[in-house]
Ligand binder design. Structure first.
Ligand code: PRP
Ligand code: URA
Length: 207
C-alpha cells in the first residue's frame, strides 16, 4: 500500500521549500522536520493500541496507549534529518541505524554500517529515508530487518519515484510506503525528477 500526502497544503508548501534550489541548509532542515511530523503521524494511524485504566481529574477511564515497542531506523546519512522529528512523535521508540551509500556510477548502494536494538517482539519498524529513488537502499534495509526477524516494516520517505515504489512493491508487498510526493521519474543518473537534488548534500551542506 502506498499513501501519498496529496492535497495537503502544508505538505505541498514545505515540499516546495525543499525543492527550491535557493533553500539553504537551515530552512531545508526545518522543512524536513515538518514533513516528517506529518508523515510519521500518517504512518502511525493504524498502530495497535492497548487499554490502560487511568484517572482523569474527574473519573476513571480505559485509556488507549500505543501497544508494545516501536523502532525507527534512519538510513544514513539523509535519514538522520528525519530522526529527531520522528522521535518528537514517539519519544519512547528505540533507534537502529543502517549506513548505505549509492555508488555514483551504478547507483547501487553498499552497506558500511549497521547497528540495531533488540528487535524481538517489536510492533513495527519505521524505515526513515527521505529519498526512495531506485528503491535499492530501502530494499537492502528491508531484507536486513526481515533477516533479523522483523515482520512489520513501514517505509517513510519524503519523495518517492515510481521506479522505487515498484521495486519495493515487487519484492516486499507487505511493506507500506508513506510519502509526501510521488514524483515523475528517475533521470539517467537515477536522481528523482523533479525531485530536490541530493538530499544528504543539501541537508549537511556537502557536495
Ligand atoms: C540517497 C538517499 C537514499 C538513497 C536513495 O543516499 O538518502 O538513501 O540515495 O536511492 P535509491 O533508492 O536509488 O537507493 P546516498 O546514497 O546519496 O547517501 P547519503 O544519504 O549518505 O547522501
Ligand atoms: N538520492 C538523493 O538524494 N536524491 C535523489 O534524487 C536520488 C537519490
Amino acid at each position: 500500500m502506498v499513501t501519498e500526502l496529496k492535497n495537503h497544503s502544508i505538505a505541498l508548501h514545505y515540499l516546495s521549500i525543499l525543492r527550491d534550489e535557493r533553500t539553504g541548509s537551515s530552512n531545508f532542515r526545518k522543512a524536513t522536520i515538518i514533513l516528517t511530523h506529518a508523515l510519521v503521524l500518517e504512518a502511525c494511524r493504524q498502530l495497535e493500541l492497548s487499554l490502560e485504566s487511568i484517572h482523569t481529574p474527574l473519573e476513571k477511564i480505559e485509556a488507549q496507549k500505543i501497544k508494545g515497542k516501536l523502532v525507527f531506523v534512519p538510513i544514513l546519512r539523509a535519514g538522520l534529518g528525519m530522526l529527531d522529528a520522528a522521535l518528537d512523535i514517539l519519544p519512547n521508540a528505540a533507534v537502529g541505524y543502517i549506513g548505505l551509500e549509492r555508488d555514483e556510477q551504478t547507483a547501487i548502494a553498499h552497506c558500511y554500517y549497521s547497528k540495531m536494538p533488540n528487535l524481538s517482539g517489536v510492533q513495527r519498524v519505521f524505515l526513515l529515508d527521505p529519498m526512495l529513488a531506485t528503491g535499492g537502499s530501502a530494499s537492502q534495509s528491508i531484507v536486513k530487518l526481515k533477516e533479523s526477524g522483523v515482520e512489520n516494516v513501514s517505509m517513510v520517505s519524503i519523495v518517492a519515484a515510481p521506479e522505487g515504489i515498484q521495486h519495493i512493491e515487487g519484492l516486499h508487498p507487505d511493506v507500506d510506503i508513506f510519502t509526501a510526493s510521488i514524483d515523475r521519474e528517475l533521470d539517467v543518473n537515477r536522481y528523482i525528477l523533479p525531485g530536490l537534488g541530493d538530499f544528504g548534500d543539501r541537508l549537511f551542506g556537502t557536495d
